[in-house]
Design a protein around this ligand. Structure first.
Ligand SMILES: Nc1ncnc2c1ncn2[C@@H]1O[C@H](COP(=O)(O)OP(=O)(O)OP(=O)(O)O)[C@@H](O)[C@H]1O
Length: 530
């Protein structure tokens, strides 16, 4: 495939959340970009004015010292964090063991050395929040390690595998900051803003947050495109917390229906996606509307490619990076069995029927299977083909109305349908219970997207299978895929290695293309969920 064909392919892919809005405002964006760039630079200067060179150097901490009571003044907000006595009493060896076992790496330029929370009783939160999260046995590693820093008001980059509880990792400290002495603080406009790349994910984050806010009288709303604006306009006037997709949020900002100037807790979920070229300008403009002096900025993701790190740092103030597992390399959740088959492009339809027999017949009849395509048109064609062969299949892609998308997802979540066909609109973040198998009918555009797609199974400590059909059209991604398979100790088919050991990494407009050799000697490390 020629370079132009690849570019063309990229354009046609279902990126329906890169909304019409963006197309509309693209020209305007270009003009404003210059202005915002200057403004961003100014902001950054402001943030970093007091930093010494020494502070800027990152430090790698895998051991937390000094089991003493630490009181930390919020760096960017007025929130304070006091390490509680129960945590202080934990022997250092136990803390070290936890960090080692879970491969927790904390890189903190301010070297605060905050201990991870080994149990929910190790943190003093609002009672209602505490009782909600206590339904889980204990904090997941990303929650354990990031909460102390978030409760201290620090900017945090949280990188942890798919399905490892990142939503509550950023959600719990967000909601906790809005209450004081057990009560909701006086209304002071929108304080918390979480941005997500897709409507479905925004809606899911909202569902998680209202579990926490419901009993506290806090107002939370969710704004995304494809549905009427009136109700969203009304809710925005009284909300403390807003979860949004960028396109609709910018529309509402431009018409003056939303004021983000009080936002002091900003989350970019699926942060690497949000910083990609398609979203970058929107994100800059949204961030430019928030309270730059008091803002705590959070970026959470399962994949953190080098290409976006520099851009991320322009929005953050001395961020602490909390990673679980070796997140500098692209790694998949190790509880997922990954099967990759190299096939001829023309054999796909027949192969899919074979796979469905394998994963959804006999005792597996009712197991949930999620099939990924790359194109909207492809999804529509496969849907017809499956229906023709007697399968009841729901679909979610950008050519469907929001109502159809929501209905398909809800039916699949509730188990009313057990076969869902999706494009990459559903690749990231969606937490669908009991998906046993992910089938990649067409490989995604990047290996990062592959990691996110297969992460729809094997969530919250469960296991799952990902079966991927790979053709020579995607051979430029073979090396990256080999690395991911090796990293998770999965078999690598000979046919895949034949495509070569170079991988062309995702291009980022600002940083160009990156090439990397495959490390065939790499051995996986063990990560435990609980
Ligand atoms: N402490 C916990 N213990 C057990 N399960 C948890 C805990 N916290 C959250 N969960 C559950 O784990 C599941 C996955 O969480 P979540 O959707 O936040 O994952 P994620 O890390 O954001 O995944 P992705 O990278 O795919 O977006 C959810 O069903 C959530 O309710």
């Amino acid at each position: 495939m020629s370079k132009d064909e690849i570019k063309d392919k990229k354009r046609k892919v279902d990126t329906s959340e890169v909304s019409d809005h963006k197309k509309k405002h693209h020209k305007k964006d270009k003009k404003e970009k210059k202005h915002h760039h200057k403004k961003d630079k100014k902001e950054k200067k402001h943030h970093h004015k007091k930093e010494s060179k020494e502070d800027e150097e990152e430090s790698k901490e895998t051991t937390i010292e000094a089991p003493v009571e630490i009181e930390v003044e919020g760096a960017a907000t007025d929130s304070g964090y006091v390490q509680n006595k129960a945590l202080t009493a934990v022997p250092q060896s136990e803390v070290d063991e936890f960090l080692k076992e879970n491969e927790v790496v904390i890189e903190d330029p301010a070297k605060l050395n905050l201990r991870p929370l080994l149990s929910f009783s190790h943190v003093s939160l609002n009672k209602e929040i505490q009782s909600e999260i206590a339904k889980f046995p204990k904090p997941t590693p990303i929650q354990a390690a990031s909460w102390p820093y978030l409760l201290s008001g620090r900017d945090v980059i949280g990188v942890a595998e798919t399905g490892s509880g990142k939503t509550f990792a950023f959600g719990v400290p967000a909601v906790n900051a809005l209450v004081q002495d057990g009560k909701k603080k006086q209304y002071a406009g929108i304080k918390v803003l979480a941005i997500s790349p897709t409507r479905e994910l925004a809606s899911q984050i909202y569902d998680n947050l209202i579990i926490l806010t419901d009993k506290l009288g806090l107002e939370c709303c969710c704004v995304y495109g494809g549905v009427p604006k009136d109700d969203q306009r009304r809710q925005l006037k009284k909300s403390d917390i807003v979860v949004a997709t960028p396109g609709r949020l910018l529309d509402l900002l431009q018409e003056g229906s939303v004021d983000l100037s009080n936002v002091n807790y900003l989350v970019l979920d699926e942060a690497d996606r949000m910083l990609e070229k398609g979203f970058e300008d929107d994100i800059k403009r949204i961030i430019g509307e928030t309270n730059s002096k008091a803002r705590q900025t959070l970026m959470f993701t399962a994949t953190w490619p080098k290409e976006v790190r520099e851009l991320a740092s322009t929005f953050m103030n001395k961020p602490v990076k909390v990673s679980i597992g070796n997140r500098d390399e692209l790694t998949a959740n190790k509880r997922i069995t990954q099967i990759v088959e190299v096939i001829d492009q023309r054999g796909k339809d027949r192969k899919l029927l074979e796979l469905l027999k394998k994963y959804q017949s006999g005792p597996k009849k009712n197991e949930k299977v999620l099939i990924f395509c790359l194109y909207k048109k492809e999804a529509a064609r496969v849907e017809r083909n499956l229906q023709y062969n007697g399968y009841k299949v729901s679909a979610i892609h950008g050519d469907l109305t929001q109502q159809q998308r929501t209905q398909a997802l809800n039916e699949f979540k509730a188990g009313k349908s057990n076969l869902l066909l999706a494009t990459d609109v559903a690749a990231r973040g969606l937490d669908i219970p009991n998906v046993k198998t992910v089938i990649n009918l067409t490989f995604p555009l990047t290996v990062e997207d592959y990691v996110h797609r297969i992460g729809r199974t094997g969530r919250a400590g469960q296991t799952g299978t990902a079966h991927t059909l790979f053709t020579d059209i995607e051979k430029h991604l073979a090396g990256g895929l080999v690395n991911v398979l090796n990293g998770a100790n999965q078999p690598v088919p000979e046919d895949l290695i034949k495509f070569g050991t170079h991988t062309k990494k995702k291009e980022h407009g600002a940083y160009g293309a990156f090439y990397k050799d495959v490390d065939m000697s790499k051995k996986p490390k063990k990560i435990t969920f609980d």
